[in-house]
Design a protein around this ligand. Structure first.
Ligand SMILES: C[S@@+](CC[C@H](N)C(=O)[O-])C[C@H]1O[C@@H](n2cnc3c(N)ncnc32)[C@H](O)[C@@H]1O
Length: 292
């Protein structure tokens, strides 16, 4: 499955990028948004793209670009330092499109990190090779820790029993693959949960992915330092895919708008009917934007 950029038209509209602009994409992925942004900031624009995934960086670097680009494998949480050490001008616009890309689930060299509960892959679940893989991190987690991770980051109703099941398997050295994690969930959840509209392992995978990658921490850290990346009057657009992320963005933008910033989106922008039909991934996407 090739990644289709979500809310593309809406992102371009709220970021309002123009020739000569400096634009930062903190979650480059397959470059779907980036390519359209670059086409609009030429001539004379400056594009900065980062992603934690070296595969994303490699393929984007290998393509042709019409503007000056700085493409780095990095965590967007480090963008304030990156802008300074690379002597980059403050941005006119910043985009974050959170989470993982469809390419990281299925497409060739991007896959294999264990993001998906379909198939059987090593239980790595990190976006980069610098972060300790999930199967190793699990060895250091108590049942109590796991219960709070699953209930807070996955809003999982059956957190206590799933946590116990995971701990038992980790002790027996049976927690190496995504198949092992799915089995740990299926062994303990009630039958009715298995016939619901979502896969019973969905929330467990989401919670553990957010936990190992410290996703909420990085998001909060960048939001707290936006003024080191984006100029006054510059625009920030953030697409989130679940309520925990959206809550952080909503709250932070509200606080900024109580100062001198101006909210572009009072309510989050969601996908229209046509996009929902074309790209099921857009179902949970919410775009919020602000002018600093
Ligand atoms: C939804 S995809 C972005 C897709 C992209 N906008 C496109 O149109 O192709 C999210 C990307 O963010 C990356 N990512 C997740 N957390 C990150 C972080 N803290 N810093 C940098 N990249 C991150 C993932 O590796 C993934 O490639």
């Amino acid at each position: 499955m090739t990644h289709i950029p979500v809310l593309l038209h809406e992102v371009l509209e709220v970021l309002d990028v123009k020739p000569g602009d400096v634009v930062v994409d903190g979650t480059l992925g397959s470059g779907g948004h980036a390519r359209e942004v670059i086409a609009r900031i030429a001539p004379g624009g400056v594009f900065v793209g980062v992603d934690r995934d070296s595969n994303a960086i490699r393929s984007f670097k290998n393509s042709e670009h019409t503007v000056a680009t700085t493409i780095l494998q990095a965590n967007y949480g480090q963008l304030p330092e990156i802008m300074e050490t690379h002597h980059l001008p403050q941005a006119d616009a910043l985009l974050l499109d959170l989470g993982f890309s469809s390419d990281q689930l299925t497409a060739g060299s991007f896959a294999g990190r264990g993001f998906s509960f379909q198939g059987n892959e090593p239980l790595i679940m990190t976006y980069d090779d610098q972060t300790e893989p999930l199967f190793e991190q699990l060895r250091g987690l108590s049942e109590k820790n796991l219960i709070s991770i699953l209930s807070e980051l996955g809003e999982e109703t059956f957190a206590p029993r799933i946590a116990k099941s995971i701990v038992v398997r980790v002790r027996k050295n049976q927690m190496q693959t995504t198949g092992d994690l799915v089995a740990a969930v299926l062994e303990v959840v009630p039958d009715r949960y298995k016939h619901g509209s979502i896969n019973p392992a969905t929330r467990t995978f989401q919670a553990l992915r957010i936990y190992v990658n410290k996703e909420l921490e990085h998001l909060k850290s960048l939001i707290a330092n936006l003024s080191r990346v984006v100029r006054v009057g510059g625009r920030v657009g953030i697409i989130s895919f679940h309520s925990l992320e959206d809550r952080i963005v909503k709250q932070a933008f509200k606080e900024l708008s109580e100062g001198s910033a101006h909210l572009i989106t009072k309510k989050p922008i969601t996908a229209n009917e046509e996009e929902l039909r074309r790209n099921p991934r857009s179902r949970s996407a919410k775009l919020r934007a602000i002018i600093l």
